[in-house]
Design a protein around this ligand. Structure first.
Ligand code: DAH
Length: 355
């Protein structure tokens, strides 16, 4: 065994690898799990106690020699690699990486926000988990009222459950549910401030709907509210007319149809001339030349009073639109599910100036 060790020692001392591969072969040969050193230690086990006394020390020194040599050479080759990379030609073109693009719904939401900001509207937000009061009762949907049926959603607690999933002070008890519309933010805004209010409120909303090309269990809305003294239906019409001209281009026609919402009186639905066929008639507008884009109306005095606002002194208008719908009319997206499937082939078709 001593002879073997001597022979290996000479070999190791003379070893001078040309590259990192040769060094790796060295490591495997001597230090590997099936290497020579392991072998020597195996042999050592079956030597006599006297032999052990002398050989033990020799063997350990030999092991240190092999390990030391390997470490030294490894550092040498590693530093060469770092040098090579730091000496790269910096004039070479860089490696490109893919920059994502904004989601089409974000693009359109930002565009809507920009238009209203120019008219002096501020942006407000509210919680997606909402209590019965803010989502329904304050908005003039009494309990058991059939208007609630159109907005079935996902309930988080039962009416008699005492848990409040909202931050302290924000929940008013009763049943908590995922909000069905952003109109709840109107209530929060009016409750916590003093008129005048001029705000738009973008956000995600939920409905208990079967998912299909035309409906989803979540979607996005932008709510608008303007409350002040002497706000009239003429203000509502002019504001929304201006919005449509900005978003879809000059010459887009608007038309208002009477409608019903519990929280506005009178209420209307606003249509615009079809953005696809320009009113000539096509699939999108079902050959009527017009498409519906939002609901609106004068804020019901009951809603103002529910929020502590004097309805004799103040009036206001409100409107609410689905961002998916507005986006469809801009980009003709036939299947609503595409918005949430995260398919990059769909998403990368929408480019924005802001990356
Ligand atoms: N909240 C209504 C919905 O989700 C949309 C709406 C209609 C909002 C009329 C309004 C409004 O503010 O005035 O169907």
């Amino acid at each position: 065994m001593q002879e073997q060790i001597d022979q290996y020692t000479t070999e190791i001392e003379a070893f001078s690898p040309a590259n990192a591969d040769e060094l790796e072969a060295f490591r495997i040969k001597y230090l590997g799990t099936k290497g020579l050193i392991k072998d020597l230690f195996e042999q050592f086990k079956s030597t006599t106690p006297e032999e052990k006394r002398t050989l033990g020390k020799v063997l350990n020194q030999f092991k240190q020699l092999a390990e030391g040599k390997y470490q030294l050479l490894k550092e040498h080759f590693d530093s060469q690699v770092t040098k090579a990379t730091s000496q790269q030609d910096l004039t070479l073109p860089g490696e490109g990486f893919a920059v994502g693009s904004r989601h089409p719904l974000s693009l359109v939401r930002n565009e809507i926000i920009d238009i209203f900001k120019r008219l002096g509207f501020v942006v407000a937000e509210g919680p997606e988990i909402e209590d019965d009061w803010h989502n329904f009762s304050a908005l003039n949907f009494p309990e058991e009222h059939p208007a609630r049926d159109m907005q079935d959603t996902f309930f988080i607690t039962k009416p008699d459950d005492n848990t409040n999933p909202l931050p302290p002070g924000e929940g008013r008890g009763g049943a908590y549910a995922l909000r069905t519309h952003t109109s709840s933010v109107q209530v929060r805004m009016m409750e916590s401030g003093k008129p005048p209010f001029r705000a738009i409120m973008p956000g995600r909303v939920y409905r208990n709907e079967a998912i299909s090309a035309r409906a989803h269990c979540f979607f996005h809305q932008v709510e608008g509210l303007y409350v002040d003294e002497n706000v009239s239906f003429a203000d509502l019409k002019q504001t929304l007319y201006h919005f449509v001209q900005e978003l879809y281009g000059e010459g887009t026609k608007v038309r208002f149809r009477p409608s019903y919402f519990p929280f506005t009186e009178p209420s209307a639905e606003m249509d615009i001339s079809c953005t696809i066929c320009k009113g000539a008639g096509c699939n999108m507008c079902k050959y009527s030349g017009y498409v519906e884009i939002l609901g609106c109306g004068m804020v019901d005095p009951n809603v103002l009073e529910n929020c502590g606002i004097d309805s004799k002194k103040y009036t206001g208008f409100a409107f609410g639109m689905g961002i998916e719908r507005i986006t469809n009319l801009k980009y003709v997206i036939r299947d609503l599910r595409l918005f949430s499937e995260n398919d990059v082939r769909f998403l990368k078709q929408f480019k924005s100036d802001i990356v």
